[in-house]
Design a protein around this ligand. Structure first.
Ligand code: FAD
Ligand code: DHB
Length: 397
């Protein structure tokens, strides 16, 4: 057994773990990051794509945002489409902010390059197996290169996603779980075809939700609402394009050109919150603590918001010996988490078809969308949440 020692043991090299490690490094706080998958795997895992301005600022101000600033696509608005017509919500005009479309795996690549560049510890194919005494004297037991290792640390950051080991390590009596399962899923594709719109289009249609997004001027990212337990084999490429065209059709003959699909996947939809998010010296961050349905594009942004709160607490602890901010970690994070759950649940309900909806509920969807796109107050509410609510405490970045 090989023994290691660090200040913060970080499990998971997703956006939460890598951003935390990077921000701590910039504040001279040591950490070791463990990731069970290979570097290639995490750098190619296709997931989210929308960054709030606050997320962009944190990455940029901490020195990992140069490529993001260069290659990220800045959007000042979004389109809501229903009843064959598009309606633009102008973020810039309504709330003076914008969002940036930049793939999650690009954020992950930038953070990995930075960390390896300054030679800080990050192990791939290193699987955490068990936590020991996380209340008082934490240790992480893991396997790497066929050998057993142990890290003794001051704190453990559980950034190991929804299926990790940190949340299950906590006794069920000390953890409250709030969960909502949605009776549908998203089928997502990447296709080599220029995006049919400069900005994102969220469409409500009687046959279900669809979303047009992009990754670059040459690559489109598109999503379709599909049944909860759908088999991807039921969706040959032609069927996907046909369904997208039907749902996105407009009275003025919108054209959606197809192109080769090079990635396809189905994502279940759920809302999930674990409370609290800290247990002695163990903190849960990102998907390890909460999942939002993707309609509000909040998953990755919430992970970074958790990291921001924990970084401030750890800096205060190591630099001033104070524990006040650390003690408030859960409370601070959960306030934002629930606001994002609320927004994501609202967007999801407004834009999707639930099983057994009748003509009455169809008309309610249309009336709500009509209201949201025609009332300045309602459009502002959407814009303010979509671009990211302001942080309610000062940060370091
Ligand atoms: P993760 O990115 O899940 O990272 C956790 C890491 O921990 C992983 O790399 C995992 O391999 C590692 N790990 C787990 N267990 C261990 C262990 N025992 N030892 C070592 N390492 C371990 N959000 C959106 O806003 N829009 C989307 O379209 C969207 N699509 C998504 C599609 C999918 C399939 C999924 C799963 C999520 C999607 N999300 C989306 C959500 C968004 O991607 C997440 O909120 C974001 O990845 C959270 O980052 P994280 O670092 O908390 O967790
Ligand atoms: C993307 C994903 C989302 O969940 C969303 O709401 C908007 C865009 C994307 O992958 O581009």
């Amino acid at each position: 057994m090989t023994k290691h020692r660090t200040q913060v043991g970080i499990i998971g090299a997703g956006p939460a773990g890598l951003t935390l490690a990077h921000l701590l490094y910039s504040q001279n706080i040591e950490s070791i990051v463990l990731e069970r998958h290979s570097r290639e795997y995490v750098e190619n895992r296709v997931r989210a794509g929308v960054l709030e301005q606050g997320t962009v600022d944190i990455l940029y101000n901490s020195g990992v945002g140069q490529r993001l600033k260069r290659e990220g696509l800045r959007h000042q608005g979004v389109e809501l489409r229903f009843d064959g017509k598009g309606h633009r919500i102008d973020f810039q005009e309504l709330v003076g902010k914008s969002i940036t479309v930049y793939a999650q795996q690009e954020v992950v690549k930038d953070l990995i390059t930075a960390r390896l560049g300054y030679g800080a510890p990050l192990s791939f194919e290193a699987e955490a197996l068990r936590l020991e005494n996380y209340e008082h004297e934490p240790k992480i037991h893991y396997q790497h290169g066929g050998e057993n290792h142990e890290i003794a640390c001051d704190f453990i950051a559980g950034c190991d996603g929804f299926h990790g080991i940190c949340r299950p390590a906590v006794s069920t009596e000390s953890l409250q779980v709030h969960e909502r399962q949605y009776p549908f899923a998203w089928l997502g594709i990447l296709a080599r075809v220029p995006p049919a719109s400069r900005e994102l289009i969220y469409t409500y249609h009687e046959r279900g939700f669809s979303l047009l997004s992009m990754r670059s001027p040459e690559v489109s990212r598109l999503y379709l609402q599909c049944p909860q337990h759908e088999d991807i084999n039921n969706w040959p490429d032609d069927r996907i394009w046909e369904e997208l065209r039907t749902r996105m059709a407009t009275c003025d003959a919108f054209v959606l050109k197809d192109g080769p699909i090079f990635q396809k996947g189905i994502t279940p939809m759920r809302g999930f919150v674990a409370s609290p998010m800290q247990f002695g010296k163990l903190f849960l961050l990102g998907d390890a603590a909460h999942i939002v349905p993707p309609t509000g594009a909040k998953g990755l942004n919430l992970a970074v918001a958790d990291v921001r709160v924990l970084t401030r607490g750890l800096v205060e602890f190591y630099k001033q010996g104070m524990r006040d901010e650390l003690a408030r970690f859960s409370e601070r994070c959960l306030r934002r988490v629930w606001k994002c759950q609320r927004f994501s649940a609202w967007m999801t309900a407004m834009l999707h078809r639930f099983p057994n909806e009748d003509s009455f509920s169809h008309e309610i969807h249309l009336a709500e969308l009509d209201y949201v796109t025609s009332s300045r107050a309602a459009s502002t509410t959407l814009a303010e949440n979509y671009v990211g609510l302001p942080f309610d405490t000062p940060g370091l970045f």
